[in-house]
Write a protein that binds this ligand. Sequence first.
Ligand SMILES: C[S@@+](CC[C@H](N)C(=O)[O-])C[C@H]1O[C@@H](n2cnc3c(N)ncnc32)[C@H](O)[C@@H]1O
Length: 278
Amino acid sequence: MTPEHLTADFESVQAHYDLSDDFFRLFLDPTMTYSCAYFPTGKETLQDSQIAKIDLSLGKLDLKPGERLLDIGCGWGSTAMRAREKYGPKVVGLTLSKNQFAYANRLAKGKDGLEFRLEGWETYHEPCDKIVSIGALEHFGPQKYEAFFARCKESLGRNGLMLLHTITTGTFKKSFTFLRWTHFLLTSIFPGGRLPDPEQVVGHGRLAGFELLHAESLRMHYARTLDLWAGNLERNRAEAIKVTNEETYVTYMKYLRSCAPYFRSGEINVFQFLMRAI
Ligand SMILES: C[S@@+](CC[C@H](N)C(=O)[O-])C[C@H]1O[C@@H](n2cnc3c(N)ncnc32)[C@H](O)[C@@H]1O
């Protein structure tokens, strides 16, 4: 039997992502990518910058046709799709959201080598060559970090690469306002979520048998992404209220608008960690 702390958190994850695809469509880009974008020149559209982020992430993994890639926390499927089409590995994407699973399955229909599962990493035991995980670690909670890295190491064996992209804590000048804001974010928006310290990510990786090859902060890129999401949602206010309700719209505007300043000030950060299993 799986220990209690190792069961996947379907309920809290679905509470966020299964709100309504029509609602998320009103502020995300057409690929429905829901994580920090990457603006190499600062002039990209949101969609181009999301594709640039996906390519930045997949490029670090040096993917080859015939390899097996595991996407932990695949969202609506954009990274897995791009990986399969542009870089050629066989891809399995895991999500705990029913809506994302249904949506991603529609994308994968008729395409071989691209599979989505409504499953957490907690129960996934198959071997793979590479792992990408973008914006999912924030959901796990520190009680699972040790098991998460051990499970990734077990799937990768030796020499496999993992690209872990996650929001982290930032500088340590924590104010009461900041603590109140994290409480709002991790209870009202992402119930059960926690932000790891960058050192915790690297440390747990090392204990499980990973070496850190590269770490990159995308902090200012997340601030810009959030500004664009908030602008989109604000422009689509009437439709957003129609597909959800006024309270949801107000809460999401508060969430999207309030995160960007904390990325700008450095009180929170977002990193891509490239690790190799040794
Ligand atoms: C912020 S979304 C990011 C989605 C996608 N990577 C992207 O960049 O658009 C977080 C994803 O993590 C997934 N997730 C959360 N906990 C998970 C778990 N224990 N196992 C697998 N996926 C999980 C959610 O279902 C969701 O798809």
